[in-house]
Ligand binder design. Structure first.
Ligand code: 15L
Length: 257
């Protein structure tokens, strides 16, 4: 959200930010409203959604967590976002899904196709599949435009060998969300969110069909990453599946605590 804040700013557009804490840099920035509330609070979400043209839902736990926490924040929170948007009459919701909805897609399936059947690698991944199900329902039942972005690794820079394949640069993230905001009558879509990485592991066809034109490529960091971490090892279990470390036995809610 912080990365998108500057990249989605446009003359004449108001960004209404919502988080459980005040935004970094504070409130009162021209072109912004800021609301401190939880995505699990239906009344606050309806009020926040009122008169919005679109909702971008990025709120939740961003990695594995105990089931109860995933259920409350990610699953109940995502239901609340969609339902509040419906009650407030918002025509479009863009949901930050994740590659972890299909984290157990094996290397033999690379590049993973758009709309690949769910293969969540964690409870977190299950929450993203649930969000995609809600997006489908709110489109088919209520006619809302709903776009699910199966985001890969959105960081300032790639940090490891896997991210040479999975990086989504902040600027490309801005371009992708802007495409989702402005695509004409998109209906229900599920697209991957990654930069134009030479070592890419997912289809970008559906994202491009929405109007996304990626400009960045993690390969610009390859020499630096390989010098620090070594050449990618095809036998490395972290590289066996799309979800990387999330698929590994030690990345487990019970062990993570
Ligand atoms: C995600 O969905 C996480 O939110 C993020 O922290 C990264 O771990 C990313 O996936 C990834 O797969 O690199």
């Amino acid at each position: 959200g912080t990365m998108l804040r500057t990249r989605l700013a446009r003359p004449g557009r108001t960004l209404r930010l919502l988080d459980v804490v005040p935004p970094p840099g504070g409130v009162g920035v021209p072109g912004e409203d800021a609301i401190v509330a939880s995505v699990t609070d239906m009344a606050a979400m309806i009020e926040a959604s009122t008169r919005a043209d679109a909702v971008i839902h990025l709120g939740g736990v961003s990695g594995e967590a105990p089931w109860e926490r995933v259920l409350e924040t990610n699953i109940q929170g995502t239901y609340t976002v969609f339902e509040a948007a419906r009650r407030a009459g918002v025509p479009r919701v863009i949901f930050a899904s994740s590659n972890h909805a299909v984290g157990f897609a094996p290397r033999s399936a690379f590049p993973v196709p758009d709309y690949a059947f769910p293969a969540p690698d964690t409870y977190y991944g299950v929450s993203k599949v649930t969000g995609e199900g809600l997006a489908a329902q709110y489109h088919h039942r209520y006619g809302m435009d709903t776009i699910c972005l199966r985001i890969l690794s959105c960081f300032e820079h790639p940090h490891n060998v896997r991210q040479l394949s999975t990086w989504l640069s902040p600027d490309d993230a801005g371009r992708l969300f802007e495409a989702c905001l402005t695509a004409d009558q998109p209906g229900f879509r599920v697209a991957f969110g990654a930069s134009a990485n030479t070592r890419g592991v997912v289809s970008l066809d559906e994202a491009r069909a929405l109007g996304y034109e990626p400009m960045d490529n993690a390969e610009a960091y390859a020499a630096e990453i390989i010098a620090a971490h070594g050449e990618p090892d095809p036998a490395d279990p972290v590289l066996a599946y799309l979800g990387g470390e999330f698929t590994q036995p030690e990345y487990d809610a019970d062990r993570l605590g």
